[in-house]
Every structure is written in structure tokens, then in C-alpha cells.
Design a protein around this ligand. Structure first.
Ligand code: SF4
Length: 361
């Protein structure tokens, strides 16, 4: 069963750490983009019914309900098993949430990142912990219980105490799903450029060191487990049954179709992506860039190993990667039980090094 991803790259502000093709754009681009988006979805020949829909970007929650309705009515398969919308805390109304429920959305991912105001202000985010609590209560009262909270470990100025406080807030809100990302500063982000220049804006001088970020992540793993949220993917934690069905498709190499600027697609054999810039996408006749053949033999390892359940290599894959696997098992980064191969807790922290070996094996 395949999924559908729809990108809405418009945001109220450009967060300092963000390297997505999203941001603040002229108002008239929104209409042109919407026209291109509906054109792209309408031109699809659906020989299948999507199981999941994921509205990301960007800030798709900023779409007016009638705009969202125009887009979603073009996607077959409603009511979908899972339909997620990403939202910025403090910027959603009850009327909007009611419209989401009517349109078949049943999961909301809140881009919280932190509950500490000094950390949030440096990222450009405007919400407070109170906004998050109000949003969670409103979503629940309107019937949306599948709520994800995104957190970032390693924001400029983040301290052990601040991180602890963010985890305390998570505990009090008791969401069924939390994502914890370890900040990797991208040199194309505003924060990355500032760091390269040796400047101080956006708290660039206060970006925590790698060791502190790892400690924050490990603390989150422990606290979230105590809250009943098991790590099922390197950055994702859920109560049993609340794992993201849509995102699991990426890690299990199941097909998905992406619409909008910079959206990616995979049909089980080919991968392709759309032009990155929203302005170019709005103008493009066909936004798709050249498809490339997926190298599934490699991807099965470096994508599949992100899942805590691990991968189940075939006999020939065991044989092909024997040397790499044995070395990582000896180093304590992988564990193998004959049928399954998975990262150890230490391997999770060094996962990029493990994945790289499988790409070059
Ligand atoms: S982090 Fe999210 S809200 Fe901030 S600019 Fe990037 S896409 Fe927009």
C-alpha cells in the first residue's frame, strides 16, 4: 500500500536551522503554487488507492480549509488509514481543526522543537509552551488523538536543564508519538552560514558540542521509554500502535508519490524528485527531475537499519556483506542473530558511519 506526500513550502518565518526548500514567499506565489499543485495531482493516473497522506513542507497547516479541501479532494482513497498534517504551535484555530477532521485528517505533527522560550526565539519560532499545551488540548477535544511532538536536541543555548524541562513538558502532555532530532547544522541554513562566518547571530556561538547533543538524545531515549514511548526508528518514539504508518514506508522501501516543490517519489524501482524551488515549481510544465534507478541492495541496509527491528538480509546479502557485518559486530555497533541484523545502542549513535560502509561495500 502506497502513500502520498504533499508539500506546502510556505512558512510564517524561516527558522534559522532550516535547510528545506521552504520559507517566506510573496503572497501571489501561493496562488500560482496551488494551481501547479492541483495540476500535478490531477494529472496523476491512479491505479491504486493511497493508504496514507502526509502534508508537510513548509507549514501546510497555514492552508485555508477551502484550499486544503481543493487539494485533498483530488487524492483518492479517503478516509485514509493515516492522514497527517504538520503544524506550527500557536498558529491553528479550532475551526481549522474541525475542517481537518471533516477532510479526513487524523494525525497532527507539531513542530515544537523546544519548550524553552530562549531557545525558541533564537530559532525564529514564536510559540511558547502554553501554546503547545493549548493546541494539544484543542486537538484532543476535536477528536485528534494521534499527535506527534518534534523536538531538536542541540539548539543554540540549549542546556541540560532546558532539555530536561522540555522533556518534563512532553511528559505532562503525554503525546503518543515524539520525534527527537539531533541538530546537524547545515551550512546552507542561516545558522550554518553564521557559524562559517564566525558570527554570533542566532546564538551561533552557543551551539552545543557533539557530546552534549548525544547526552540529550540518550536522556530522551530513557525518559521517553519511561513514558511508554518506545524507540522504533533512530529519531522516532511511539506508543505501540501509534508509529507513523506513512513514515514507515520510507524506511521499509514501500512506494510513495510526492507532489509539490522538492517532493520525492519512489515506485518500488525508480526514485525521482520535483524541482526544489517553489517559484520554479509554480512555473514548470512538468516539475519532475530525471528518475534514477534505486539501488535497493544498498538501501535495504542503510535505510532499513534505521528501524529498531533491523533488517533481514538474504543468504546472498549475508555473504556479500560478511566482512563489514563481522567488523561492526566485533566493534559493538551491530548485533546479528542469524536472521536479523540491527544497530546496537552504540551503533545508533554512530549510525552514519555504519551506513556509509554499506553504501560503499
Ligand atoms: S523548520 Fe519548518 S517552519 Fe521553520 S522554516 Fe523550516 S519548514 Fe518552515
Amino acid at each position: 500500500m502506497a502513500g502520498v506526500y504533499i508539500s506546502w513550502p510556505f512558512c510564517a518565518q524561516k527558522c534559522t536551522y532550516c535547510n528545506f526548500a521552504s520559507g517566506v514567499f510573496p503572497r501571489d506565489l501561493e496562488q500560482q503554487y496551488l494551481d501547479a499543485l492541483t495540476r500535478e495531482i490531477r494529472s496523476t493516473i491512479w491505479g491504486w488507492r493511497p493508504e496514507t497522506v502526509y502534508l508537510g513542507g513548509g507549514t501546510p497547516a497555514s492552508m485555508e480549509p477551502e484550499v486544503l479541501s481543493r487539494v485533498l479532494e483530488l487524492v483518492p482513497g479517503a478516509p485514509w488509514v493515516e492522514a497527517t498534517i504538520e503544524a506550527a504551535p500557536g498558529a491553528i484555530s479550532r475551526e481549522q481543526v474541525q475542517a481537518w477532521v471533516r477532510l479526513g485528517l487524523n494525525r497532527v505533527s507539531l513542530g515544537v522543537q523546544s519548550f524553552v522560550e530562549t531557545e525558541l526565539r533564537r530559532t525564529g519560532r514564536k510559540h511558547t509552551a502554553r501554546h503547545v499545551a493549548e493546541d494539544v488540548a484543542m486537538l484532543r477535544s476535536e477528536g485528534i488523538s494521534e499527535i506527534n511532538i518534534d523536538l531538536i536536541a542541540g539548539l543554540p543555548g540549549q542546556t541540560a536543564r532546558g532539555w530536561e524541562s522540555s522533556l518534563d513538558h512532553v511528559e505532562s502532555l503525554d503525546p503518543p508519538h515524539v520525534s527527537v532530532y539531533m541538530l546537524e547544522v547545515d551550512e546552507d541554513s542561516r545558522l550554518g552560514k553564521e557559524l562559517l562566518l564566525g558570527g554570533v547571530r542566532y546564538g551561533a556561538m552557543d551551539v552545543p558540542g557533539e557530546q552534549q547533543i548525544v547526552e540529550c538524545y540518550e536522556q530522551a531515549v530513557e525518559r521517553l521509554a519511561q513514558m511508554g514511548l518506545a524507540r522504533y526508528e533512530i529519531s522516532n518514539f511511539a506508543r505501540p500502535g501509534s508509529e507513523s504508518t506513512h513514515n514507515l514506508k520510507y524506511w521499509k522501501l514501500l512506494p510513495y508519490l510526492g507532489f509539490g516543490a522538492d517532493a520525492h517519489s519512489f515506485d518500488g524501482r525508480l526514485r525521482w524528485q520535483n524541482v526544489e524551488s517553489p517559484a520554479e515549481y509554480a512555473k514548470a510544465g512538468d516539475p519532475r527531475l530525471e528518475p534514477v534507478e534505486a539501488i535497493l541492495a544498498e538501501e535495504r541496509f542503510f535505510v532499513g537499519l534505521r528501524l529498531m527491528e533491523g533488517v533481514h538480509p538474504t543468504t546472498s546479502e549475508w555473504a556479500e556483506h560478511r566482512a563489514v557485518i563481522e567488523q561492526f559486530v566485533a566493534d559493538g555497533l551491530l548485533e546479528a542473530d542469524g536472521a536479523t541484523l540491527r544497530l546496537t545502542p552504540r551503533g545508533i549513535l554512530l549510525s552514519n558511519e555504519v551506513f556509509e560502509e554499506f553504501i560503499h561495500a
